[in-house]
Design a protein around this ligand. Structure first.
Ligand SMILES: *[C@@H]1O[C@H](CO)[C@@H](O)[C@H](O)[C@H]1NC(C)=O
Ligand SMILES: *[C@@H]1O[C@H](CO)[C@@H](O)[C@H](O)[C@H]1NC(C)=O
Ligand SMILES: *[C@@H]1O[C@H](CO)[C@@H](O)[C@H](O)[C@H]1NC(C)=O
Ligand SMILES: *[C@@H]1O[C@H](CO)[C@@H](O)[C@H](O)[C@H]1NC(C)=O
Ligand SMILES: *[C@@H]1O[C@H](CO)[C@@H](O)[C@H](O)[C@H]1NC(C)=O
Ligand SMILES: *[C@@H]1O[C@H](CO)[C@@H](O)[C@H](O)[C@H]1NC(C)=O
Ligand SMILES: *[C@@H]1O[C@H](CO)[C@@H](O)[C@H](O)[C@H]1NC(C)=O
Ligand SMILES: *[C@@H]1O[C@H](CO)[C@@H](O)[C@H](O)[C@H]1NC(C)=O
Ligand SMILES: *[C@@H]1O[C@H](CO)[C@@H](O)[C@H](O)[C@H]1NC(C)=O
Ligand SMILES: *[C@@H]1O[C@H](CO)[C@@H](O)[C@H](O)[C@H]1NC(C)=O
Ligand SMILES: *[C@@H]1O[C@H](CO)[C@@H](O)[C@H](O)[C@H]1NC(C)=O
Ligand SMILES: *[C@@H]1O[C@H](CO)[C@@H](O)[C@H](O)[C@H]1NC(C)=O
Length: 620
């Protein structure tokens, strides 16, 4: 593919600015030294049929535990988790299904049942849980310890702390959360997923999938003792003062009628909610990539709309939590595996192909049930130079160590309230992501009863507790967002917001330019192809790109992405790099965004200063 040279920009004379980064770095402190971290696995209820299971009168679980660890109680001596109980027979029906448990985080500590965990929803009378919703994910404890959010439910103990010995099942209530989305308030409300509580204990955030994609919302909880409209009609928590975290006409990529294409890293484009910062000033989310194929997490300020890029490593990140004082970030990220370097390793490529490949690129982070996440600690200034953060569980990777990569990190890792501990959980890779026809063997679990999940507590032993942070309440009206009233239409989740097929020029921030051709999907609904040629293009003055790259996408079904990809980019300057697909025939990736099984023909390879990064094997 050949492109005309830009009639207006010409070939900008290239001035290398090797000190540009150093100048920025002057205001940023040197990276922190590695710190001591100890990690301990917390006990879970016994696996049914195992030697220590007993009669399961206090609950048993299966090998596939359904666990999800959640937030700390105000005393930091417990966390809430969700777990799937299985009963051996009809004698203890109460200990079945998804339930919330409290787990002790202090070594050797027990509840009055003699165990280090206690189920808080198991024996709750039916009349105390009218309208309860099934989802119990992303459990968290409210700031004053008297409520728990789990999925689209709120659990309370009639105002008592869950850690109190006088909090009994009879005093415990499980009530649904409902987001009204109809003008007359009829119906069951809008579909809410992955809810996160704001540290003010009054607001929450969630994502909601629509046909065109996903939107992110915030709102305020309002207890409704006797609703007269909508279902359920039982006592419930209504979500009011709802904002869509969407700004009309704010797009990371824009086009003008003179043929210029611009990239705006301050544009508001919130892909998926990931939580709130420690003080609550910011909301955390996965955003449109800043660099091609490099999926990162960002934070946006509730009042100013100012955006911080929390991570920049080329690998994939999504689970994230910010410390109570906002100075540290913990993430789950694939960076220990180098899995995505073949497509994202070359730095400074503008996110142009991403208009069509972002879903496919982010779907390569897993191979089905084999995930490549491990927990990493980063300071508030993110990666820089050789600093990539500190892997919490770095060490000898042999089975069954805390560092065994077959134990895959899950969402979310969470900070204790005093900032000295982090709770996270992992799942052992299992069939069909290993064994049978899969080229990789299945590891055997050495956890209690052969269970496939484990909950881990990391202690940052050199840190002093932090306290007294002022919480910034989430605004009922988010100035840069869009008010949502029940019945309102949702904005079309389309990126870029508006475009026309055709040829454009992107001018490098420091030098050079790129010619960009956009073609439409066969359906005429969205961009289907992006072709780019770089001419001495440089955004940072340190690296220069030349060559070309093109990709097109087709969607045989809603989640299936079929991508045809051709790259031949050369990088010079600070790094000597090449991003190359199989000559002539290219790289063709077929991946379903729900199952994430890598399946490609042809190769996409990135070489950086002689280090070669190749794609994963099919199904591996
Ligand atoms: C249920 O299990 C307990 C302990 O294993 C056993 O004592 C009891 O007989 C079982 N009940 C039934 C109905 O099978
Ligand atoms: C189950 O075991 C516990 C503890 O050993 C015991 O107190 C309880 O009576 C047993 N229940 C049944 C139904 O056997
Ligand atoms: C189950 O919970 C109910 C309260 O909802 C209680 O009355 C009952 O005794 C419990 N059953 C068992 C086996 O503990
Ligand atoms: C705890 O916070 C809730 C709001 O989240 C409030 O309604 C309740 O009164 C508080 N309880 C105590 C004991 O402070
Ligand atoms: C956009 O295009 C016009 C006309 O082609 C040109 O004069 C202008 O400099 C371009 N602007 C940018 C930001 O590249
Ligand atoms: C980038 O987007 C932000 C947020 O919408 C906006 O305030 C800013 O003006 C945009 N910048 C440019 C150059 O368009
Ligand atoms: C890693 O741990 C395994 C098993 O505990 C041990 O055999 C091996 O020597 C250790 N390797 C290193 C480099 O310490
Ligand atoms: C798992 O255990 C089985 C049965 O003991 C054994 O045959 C197999 O080799 C083990 N797998 C691995 C990866 O160690
Ligand atoms: C864009 O450029 C290509 C390559 O030069 C050319 O074939 C095509 O016709 C152009 N498209 C438009 C809409 O001008
Ligand atoms: C790119 O820059 C190099 C070095 O300044 C120059 O020799 C070359 O002609 C330029 N190429 C293009 C396509 O602009
Ligand atoms: C892709 O790379 C592998 C080695 O990594 C090689 O065996 C294979 O032939 C390559 N395929 C193509 C189409 O170039
Ligand atoms: C990849 O796709 C081909 C053709 O659809 C299919 O035959 C093959 O089983 C797939 N491989 C994997 C690992 O999914």
């Amino acid at each position: 593919m050949r492109f005309p040279t830009s009639p207006t920009t010409g070939l900008a004379s290239l001035i290398l600015l090797p000190n540009a980064l150093a100048v920025i770095a002057a205001n940023i402190p040197a990276p922190p030294a590695e710190e001591p971290i100890t990690i301990r696995e917390l006990d879970l209820p016994p696996v049914i049929g195992s030697s220590t299971a007993g009669n399961c009168s206090t609950g048993c679980i299966g090998k596939d535990t359904g666990v999800q660890s959640g937030g700390f109680t105000p005393d930091d001596e417990h966390i809430v988790s969700i777990i799937n109980f299985v009963a051996p027979n009809d004698t203890n029906r109460n200990y079945t299904g998804l339930q919330a448990i409290l787990m002790k985080t202090v070594p050797g500590a027990t509840f009055s049942n003699g165990l280090s965990w206690r189920c808080i929803t198991c024996d709750v009378p039916t009349g105390n849980q009218v309208g309860r919703n099934k989802p119990m994910d992303y459990p968290d404890v409210f700031p004053n310890g008297t409520r728990i959010i789990a999925g689209t439910n709120i659990i309370d103990c009639s105002g008592e702390l869950f850690t109190s010995s006088t909090c009994t099942p009879e005093k415990t209530f499980i009530r649904p959360i409902r987001w009204s989305n109809t003008a007359d308030d009829s119906g069951t409300g809008g579909s809410m997923r992955e809810l996160r509580m704001h540290p003010d204990g009054e607001h929450l955030g969630w994502s909601s999938q629509t046909m065109g994609g996903q939107s992110v919302f915030t709102g305020r909880l309002q207890y409704n003792d006797g609703p007269s409209t909508g279902t359920p009609l039982s006592p419930r928590y209504d979500v009011v003062d709802v904002n869509i975290l969407y700004k009309a006409d704010s797009s990371p990529i824009t086009f003008d009628d003179r043929g210029n294409l611009s990239i705006n890293n301050s544009a508001i484009d919130i892909g998926e909610l990931r939580g709130f910062s420690g003080t609550g000033r910011e909301v955390l989310y996965i955003g449109y990539p800043t660099e091609s194929c490099n999926i990162d997490v960002y934070a946006i300020d509730s009042s100013t709309g100012a955006i911080r890029r929390l991570t920049n490593n080329p690998e994939y990140v999504d689970p994230v939590d910010i410390s109570p004082d906002d100075t540290w970030t913990v993430i789950m990220d694939t960076r220990a595996s180098h899995r995505q370097m073949f497509m994202a390793g070359m730095r400074g490529i503008p996110p142009l192909l991403d208009m069509v490949v972002t879903t496919a690129a982010s779907s390569t982070r897993n191979n089905g049930a084999r995930r490549f996440f491990q927990p990493w600690l980063l300071d508030q200034y993110a990666e820089r130079g050789s600093y990539k953060g500190q892997q919490l569980n770095a060490g000898n990777t042999s089975n069954p160590s805390i560092s065994d990569p077959n134990w895959n990190g899950r969402a979310d890792p969470l900070w204790s309230r005093d900032g000295t501990q982090i709770i996270y959980w992992q799942t052992l890779v299992h069939a069909p992501a290993c064994g049978a026809s899969n080229p990789l063997p299945c590891p055997n679990s050495t956890a209690q009863g052969g269970r496939l999940d484990r909950v881990m507590l990391a202690s940052l032993t050199s840190r002093d507790p932090v306290a007294g942070q002022e919480i910034v309440a989430w605004p009922d009206v988010v100035p840069w967002a869009t008010k949502f009233a029940p019945g309102d239409e949702l904005p079309a989740a389309q990126m870029p917001a508006s475009y026309s097929p055709g040829n454009y020029t992107l001018t490098g921030r420091v030098a050079g330019f790129a010619s960009v051709m956009l073609t439409e999907l066969g359906t005429g609904k969205g961009i289907g192809g992006v072709h780019v040629t770089y001419f001495n293009y440089s955004d940072d003055g340190a690296n220069v790109l030349n060559g070309n790259e093109a990709a097109s996408v087709a969607f045989p079904s809603v989640w299936l992405n079929v991508v045809d990809w051709y790259s031949d980019i050369t990088q010079t300057g600070a790094v000597d790099g090449r991003k190359l697909t199989t000559p002539a025939s290219g790289f063709h990736l077929e991946i379903d965004a729900l199952t994430n099984v890598f399946n490609a023909t042809g190769n996409l390879t990135t070489v950086l200063d002689g280090v070669v990064y190749v794609q994963p094997g099919n199904g591996a």
